[in-house]
Ligand binder design. Structure first.
Ligand code: CTP
Ligand code: CA
Length: 222
């Protein structure tokens, strides 16, 4: 019903957005995570919905409120995020703004890890998580027409992002410098890296970055 009633340049289009951190369990009471607030991804979901898209937002644990008019699927781990994204396909476009944990503990204890008096601290062996963006960008049967990734970099931002775009097989990379207060902050300075070149956007509120990105996505489907 909502898709039938919606108007705007993205009416009738389905877009999947990932947002927030993932949490990777160590034991029943502990996890590995990161500082992602979900602000940028959630703002993108809201901006796409405002242009008429049907939006599925797959997100890790965040404190920001659910955007209006968006279907929210909550997950914890990277593996759950991948499964939720795959379950949401087909989609016309996908935007991967989540800060996915690259690694997870190899073994998850069923009991809380205890201190052993006199013994050294236990090590945590990590294994690689699946790459959700690369998996969807190279999907054999259900690749969205437009696949957008993010690149969180602390140095040589644009060259790293250009390499990432090719390595992951996505169409665009939104490259951001996370060396300052970007993670959790209200503003973002990004570069849009496409096959055609690089656009340097000014430092803007995350909502405005989201609106510009949504407008660019709408151009693709015009
Ligand atoms: N990403 C993903 N699944 C992962 C890791 C990353 O979908 N397991 C996505 C992120 O959502 C983002 C893009 O890949 O859109 C790039 O994430 P980033 O952390 O910058 O790149 P990595 O490939 O993980 O490389 P590194 O962290 O080593 O720079
Ligand atoms: Ca990473």
């Amino acid at each position: 019903i909502q898709a039938l009633l919606s108007t705007g340049p993205l009416a009738g289009r389905h877009v999947v957005v990932t947002s927030g951190p993932t949490q990777e369990a160590i034991d029943p009471v502990r996890f590995i995570a990161n500082r992602s607030s979900g602000r940028q991804g959630h703002a993108i979901a809201a901006a796409l919905a405002a242009l008429g898209a049907r939006v599925t937002l797959v997100c890790g644990p965040v404190a920001v409120p659910d955007p209006a008019g968006v279907t929210v699927v909550r997950i914890e781990s990277a593996r759950d995020m991948l499964a939720a994204v795959e379950a949401a396909l087909p989609a016309d476009a996908a935007v991967f703004a989540a800060a996915v944990a690259d690694f997870r503990p190899a073994d998850v204890g069923t009991q809380k890890i205890k201190k052993v008096p006199g013994a050294p601290p236990p090590g945590i062996t990590l294994v690689l998580n699946p790459d959700i963006l690369a998996t969807i960008a190279r999907h054999a049967t259900q690749r969205p027409r437009l696949v957008v990734g993010f690149a969180a970099e602390t140095e040589t931002v644009v060259p790293h992002a250009q390499a990432k775009r090719l390595r992951k097989g996505c169409d665009w990379i939104v490259a951001n410098d996370v060396s300052g207060d970007v993670m959790g902050g209200a503003e973002n300075a990004v570069h849009l890296v496409t096959a055609e070149g690089v656009e340097d956007w000014p430092r803007l509120p995350k909502e405005e970055v989201a609106r510009r990105l949504a407008a660019r996505i709408a151009e693709v489907f015009a």
